[in-house]
Every structure is written in C-alpha cells, then in structure tokens.
Design a binder for this molecule. Structure first.
Ligand code: SF4
Length: 95
C-alpha cells in the first residue's frame, strides 16, 4: 500500500509541490487530498462545512470516509487559503 500511495503522490503532485515536504496526504478510492498546514489560515470553513470529513478534535483530522467524494471536492474548492487541494487518482484503487 505504501508504494501505491507514493506512486499516486508522484502522479498527482504538481512539480512545484514535490519540493514541499510539509504537507499531508489522504487517499480514498477516487481522489488524493493534500493539506499544507503552513498555508492554512484556520478559518475552519472546511470543518463547519463538512464536519464528518474535516474533524477538529480527532486524528487523523481528515477522514475521507466521512462523505461522498463529490461533496469532499466541493468543500475543498471552498478553502480560502489553498491549504486543501485534491487530484483525481489516475487509477481507481480497488476496495
Ligand atoms: S478551509 Fe482551508 S484555510 Fe480554512 S481551516 Fe480548512 S484547510 Fe484551513
């Protein structure tokens, strides 16, 4: 699984962000979500909008099983700082 995650990271990450080591990744069958803490302005828009995915008191704080992928994508697009981002996985990960 680790190798799969790493390959997805290489395929999904924009080249400029490959140099950025301080970001976290979360993967479900369809998308890879990245979170870059240093960009976050802590507006909590994500937690207020989709609390079952973006959790403020549980680790890991992003739970991609908490909602359908289209809802997660919609919420990520509302992140005001760009701390949250996503890409579609090049291959659908088997369940
Ligand atoms: S919406 Fe974006 S900027 Fe706001 S808390 Fe979530 S990750 Fe941080």
């Amino acid at each position: 699984m680790f190798i799969t995650d790493f390959l997805l990271f290489l395929l999904c990450a924009p080249k400029t962000e490959l140099m950025e080591l301080d970001r976290n990744e979360y993967i479900n069958r369809e998308i890879t979500v990245t979170f870059t803490p240093k960009k976050c302005i802590h507006a909590e828009k994500c937690a207020k909008g989709l609390s079952r995915v973006f959790r403020t008191s549980v680790l890991p704080w992003i739970n991609l099983d908490g909602a359908e992928t289209n809802k997660i994508i919609s919420q990520i697009k509302k992140c005001p700082s760009g701390a949250l981002d996503f890409c579609h996985n090049p291959v659908k990960i088997p369940a």
